[in-house]
Design a protein around this ligand. Structure first.
Ligand code: ASP
Ligand code: MG
Length: 453
């Protein structure tokens, strides 16, 4: 690939595996060198570091374990810095960050606070960005590490902070923009800062979202998300080896995919990109020559079927009330209970006296879950039936709400499966249904070979 210089602006984001070790960072450096429109780079923590920091940020971590975790993190980072020509300059910077981290971790084990937890989590990105900026310099680029907390202003909801987009915009033009003309700016995904100057984080996997917000704030021409897969696939390649990478997909379809299972992008990533109409590229930093997926507003083709997403561990709740017959206000009461518990419903079907709702309910999730308490409150209102062990299969594409023969094509090929609930018509990009967990892979495989091969 030849080197291109132009005035267009791309925000590049490298995920944890892309900055996992020195060889991976070198591949990312070549990507930046080959396309000089990459003037702002947001990085994740090196693979494994955030998971270790999460453990370190918890309450009552015994001191021996703290030391062990710190050593693990240290060896991940020093395995990279030892390859730098400028090791003598960078290793002490990382060492200093680790010393600071260690003292915050000790404080945290004495008295836990969620703010301190975010402070601890931020070190992963602070270290990886410090190292990656040096890798770029070693590769002959003018590069500078930039502390994103100067611009990524958030509220104080630690662990899931909400970004103030207006402040981000004004701070970015004041502090970030002037640097971009001279240097490649290397900054952190995932972290931010609240009004009191305390460090916050945007939620696990939030670096994609950070990069998208920066792209929006700077009115970038492109957002490139570099990960370890060559784009978005027609379905999960672990289910069928016939899954293949999609060249292009519209924002509308990609948003449905992100909601319904495809775990490639942080689900909020597309929101800023769509607001500012910035095309998003998703590719593999391991094999950039293989291309990837372009997500944008207008696409060349709008095939009926684009992909099949699968989301496991769905819970189906059927609420039934004979009193609902010709009555109004029942649904409002049901949803008031759900809203109180901050539960979001994915699919809904209704009949005259009953309503079926699905919830994403994976154990260990960071979101609100459907608890016994919620069921109890619903039971005071109506009869409640809860079914588990269901998977949601979503066929994503175009004109799925109306196309003649579309649903028969889909359902003919899975007719012997036990389909529990069907939703069609609300979105033109999505037709979905629930199946038993055990049948899910088989259903997706069959559908994929019928619709895509
Ligand atoms: N390092 C953070 C995480 O693992 C953010 C990210 O990688 O997107 O959740
Ligand atoms: Mg990630």
């Amino acid at each position: 690939m030849s080197s291109t210089t132009n005035n267009s602006l791309t925000i590049a984001k490298f995920g944890g595996t892309s900055v996992a070790d020195f060889a991976a960072m070198m591949r990312c450096a070549q990507i930046i060198k080959n396309d000089r429109s990459n003037r702002v780079v947001a990085v994740s923590a090196s693979a494994g570091v955030t998971n270790n920091l999460v453990r370190l940020s918890q309450a009552n971590v015994p001191q021996a374990e703290q030391i062990e975790i710190l050593n693990t993190i240290k060896s991940i980072q020093f395995n990279i810095t030892q390859h730098l020509d400028n090791e003598a300059k960078i290793a002490p910077l990382i060492e200093a960050l680790l010393v600071e981290l260690s003292s915050i971790a000790q404080q945290q084990s004495v008295e836990y606070s969620s703010q301190c937890a975010d402070e601890i989590l931020s070190f992963g990105e602070l270290m990886s960005s410090t190292i990656f900026a040096e890798v770029l310099r070693q590769e002959g680029l003018e590069a500078e590490m930039f502390d994103v907390r100067q611009v990524m202003k958030t509220n104080s909801l630690y662990g899931k902070a909400v970004v103030n987009i207006e402040k981000l915009k004004s701070c970015a033009s004041e502090f970030l923009l002037p640097k971009m003309n001279e240097k490649v700016v290397v900054t952190q995904g995932f972290i931010g800062q609240d009004d009191q100057g305390k460090t916050t984080t945007l939620g696990r996997g939030g670096s994609d979202y950070s990069a998208a917000l920066i792209a929006e704030a700077l009115e970038a021409d492109n957002l490139a998300i570099w990960t370890d897969v060559e784009g978005i696939f027609t379905t999960d390649p672990r289910i069928t080896d016939q899954a293949r990478s999609i060249n292009e997909i519209s924002f509308g379809e990609a948003a449905e995919m992100a909601t319904f299972g495809a775990k490639i992008l942080h689900p909020a990533t597309l929101i800023p990109a769509m607001r500012q109409d910035i095309p998003v590229f998703v590719g593999s930093s391991k094999e950039p020559e293989k291309g990837g997926t372009r997500i944008q507003k207008s696409v060349e083709s709008r095939p009926t079927y684009r992909s099949i997403a699968l989301r496991r561990e769905q819970t189906l709740v059927t609420v039934k009330s004979p009193a609902m017959l010709h009555a109004s206000g029942f649904l409002a009461k049901v949803f008031a209970i759900l809203a109180k518990h901050e539960l979001s419903v994915d699919l809904i079907t209704t009949s005259e006296i009953s309503v079926a709702l699905t919830f994403d309910n994976p154990p260990g999730s960071t979101q609100s879950l459907l608890t016994d308490q919620v069921i109890e409150e619903l039971s005071q209102l109506c009869q409640v039936k809860v079914e588990n062990n269901l998977s949601l299969v979503a066929v994503i594409g175009n004109n799925l709400h109306s196309g003649i023969g579309t649903s028969s094509t889909v359902f003919n090929c899975i007719e012997e499966s036990n389909i529990r609930m069907i939703c069609q018509g609300a979105s033109k990009h999505n037709l979905c249904f629930l199946v038993n967990e055990e049948q899910a892979n088989n259903v997706v495989e069959k559908l994929h070979s019928r619709l895509f091969v």
